[in-house]
Design a protein around this ligand. Sequence first.
Ligand SMILES: C[S@@+](CC[C@H](N)C(=O)[O-])C[C@H]1O[C@@H](n2cnc3c(N)ncnc32)[C@H](O)[C@@H]1O
Length: 214
Amino acid sequence: MSFAFSLFNQCRKPNGWLGQLNLWSMNRRHSKVTDWGLQQVSIRSRDTLLDVGCGGGRTVSKLAAIAVEGKVYGVDFSAESVAVSCKTNRKSIADGRVEIRQNSVSQLPFHDRMFDLVTAAETHYYWPDLPANFQEVMRVLKAGGTFLLIAEAYKGGKYDQMLRRLEELKTIMTYAHLTVEEHRDLFNQTGFQDVQVLEKYEKGWICAWGKKPA
Ligand SMILES: C[S@@+](CC[C@H](N)C(=O)[O-])C[C@H]1O[C@@H](n2cnc3c(N)ncnc32)[C@H](O)[C@@H]1O
């Protein structure tokens, strides 16, 4: 159980050599669900993009491959995640097309209305205060900009039973276990418009997105 606890917390805030291994592994494990999520929204070549909880940086590199004339930022509160993200994206960083910063979603280090799209893959369920954190994402979005959330951990999903078991064993700490409808409500209550939630139950995938009012 303590190994499971340690592994889960290595996903919440990767640290040390085990954290590094986990980050490289998550870059691989989360790639397909991320591709599926990114296909749901439109991304233009000149867009300014942010990936929150960027982990090992693979989503940042996917975004940079689309926004070839734009700029992509990654933010993560783990020093280890920032280090691995920088390695994953070293060429684009050298070219000035990608920047990675160490910060929490609670206080994003960007001015208001900066981004066309903010993404968050496999991270929001760890955030400390979802309503406030969604407001912070809203703040940095341009009017008409989109917030896209991608995850495999949600209530009622394919992995629900396993997650409930981990919760009972107190293996998971500070974990937001939301249903599809609760995700929709969170977007609506924050003030996002055109909110959509898509579930691919057989894969255990969910993605949700909404637009900041123009
Ligand atoms: C499960 S990993 C997912 C990483 C990456 N997005 C992916 O799909 O592979 C969760 C990441 O979110 C980051 N994270 C968790 N809570 C955070 C917070 N409050 N602010 C910023 N980053 C956070 C963790 O440090 C970790 O790198």
